[in-house]
Design a protein around this ligand. Structure first.
Ligand code: FAD
Ligand code: EPU
Length: 332
């Protein structure tokens, strides 16, 4: 048995049948026995039970930096820790990812849901992604367009059946740093450089989000719902102060944390699971929680939001059970 405790930030005491820490592709013998799952640091997963297969832990390392034609081209092993990469780049004067400071997890997982925070998404700086097709062992490269990045979305997330293991991510950063300060909490500060932006982002996050080293959690449990103009009008009539943001494709983004909060679910505790007092969108392990307690709290929260607002919440966190990924609908 292979403990997944170090590989899920919910800190659930779950196991896989086997585990392989992948330092290089040569650590894998193809064809791989199924089922298997790919993990970085498990900061966006919820295990609903033990997993009866092999956990492949990405630990492919290396950062290569090339400077040419007024830009930096940076090739990074998928097992590198994203926040460590940001520090390394900033120390060399390479800016762009500072708004994504303090997001846990690996570089290889970042393109999967196109991680984002404070007005920046990782896809903004990705030139291409190098993958291994785990069914055949063949490697190939997807350029940025092929990755189909969207809000918490990508080609990889929509095609899990293709079993693509991200081995390297290639970034492109312009020479001239351009600070992104559009987000509330950044724009009203006198932030002069990328290091200052990083410090401010870290401070904002520390106020709102629990640190997984002390409180098990996987960040936002649900995605912010994308809705049409009609829905916004309906909600505004009843809740004039509802936060609404414009989003891609003429749609509008609602704040799931606000909806959960207003549905009376901020800071609640069910068994050993709860919602965070300072950010209702974050489900937490209050200590010794079992997988079913987190699942049942997630169901409760989504049911309350549906009852109050008629809005469906969809998990951002990926759910894994005995045989692999579990569809949220099947848990309801
Ligand atoms: P894991 O959780 O191990 O994996 C996530 C998914 O990606 C799984 O489906 C896994 O199979 C797949 N995967 C992982 N690595 C690979 C690979 N190499 N190849 C193919 N598939 C792979 N996310 C944001 O977007 N914005 C935030 O602001 C943010 N804040 C967070 C704050 C906290 C406190 C926490 C705990 C999480 C937060 N997250 C945030 C979520 C999470 O950190 C990111 O999604 C991160 O990219 C997950 O990295 P990981 O290495 O832990 O991936
Ligand atoms: N709000 C409440 N009550 C709450 C929580 C939030 O009223 O309990 C309100 C806030 O006051 C604010 C709005 O909801 O008006 C949005 O909240 P916040 O700014 O905290 O951001 P969020 O939409 O909840 C998103 C991402 C985070 C990311 C931050 C910063 C999603 C699902 N979440 O959170 O990403 O760090 O913006 O950009 O898009 C993650 O994905 O795991 C994650 C933490």
């Amino acid at each position: 048995m292979f403990s997944l405790l170090p590989y899920n930030t919910f800190a659930l005491d779950v196991h896989a049948q086997h585990g392989i820490v992948v330092n290089a592709l040569s650590d894998l013998k193809f064809p791989l026995p199924e089922p298997y799952i790919i993990l970085g640091r498990g900061s966006d997963v919820l295990f609903t039970s033990d997993f009866e297969g092999t956990a492949l832990i990405n630990n492919i390392r290396g950062v290569d930096i090339l400077h040419e034609d007024n830009e930096y081209l940076v090739r990074v092993g998928g097992g590198e820790i994203l926040d460590e990469l940001i520090v390394k780049l900033l120390n060399q004067g390479i800016c762009g990812l500072e708004n994504l400071s303090a997001i846990p997890g690996t570089v290889g997982a970042a393109p999967i849901q196109n991680i984002g925070a404070y007005g920046v998404e990782i896809g903004d700086f990705i030139a291409s992604v190098e993958v291994c097709d785990l069914k055949s062992g063949k490697t190939f490269t997807l350029d940025k367009d092929a990755c189909q990045f969207g809000y918490r979305d990508s080609y990889f997330k929509r095609h899990p059946q293709e079993h693509l293991f991200i081995i390297y991510v290639n970034f492109r950063f312009p020479d001239e740093p351009k600070l992104i300060l559009s987000y509330q909490g950044l724009r009203d500060q006198d932030l002069k450089d990328a290091q200052a932006v990083r410090a401010q982002v870290r401070a904002l996050r520390a106020r709102k989000l629990p640190d997984p080293r002390y409180v098990g959690n996987a960040g936002s449990f649900f995605k912010n719902p994308l809705v049409d103009a009609q829905t916004v009008t309906r909600l505004r009539e009843q809740y004039p102060d509802i936060p609404v943001f414009t989003a891609e494709g003429g749609r509008y983004k609602l704040a799931a944390g606000w909806l959960i909060d207003k549905a009376g679910c901020r800071g609640i505790t069910h068994g050993h699971a709860g919602t965070w007092e300072h950010q209702a969108l974050v489900l937490v392990n209050r200590g010794q929680a079992k997988p079913h307690e987190i699942v049942s709290l997630a169901k409760y929260v989504s049911t309350q939001v549906m009852a109050h607002f008629g809005i469906e919440l969809v998990p951002e966190v990926r759910l894994y059970g005995r045989n692999g990924e579990v569809a949220w609908d099947l848990l309801l």
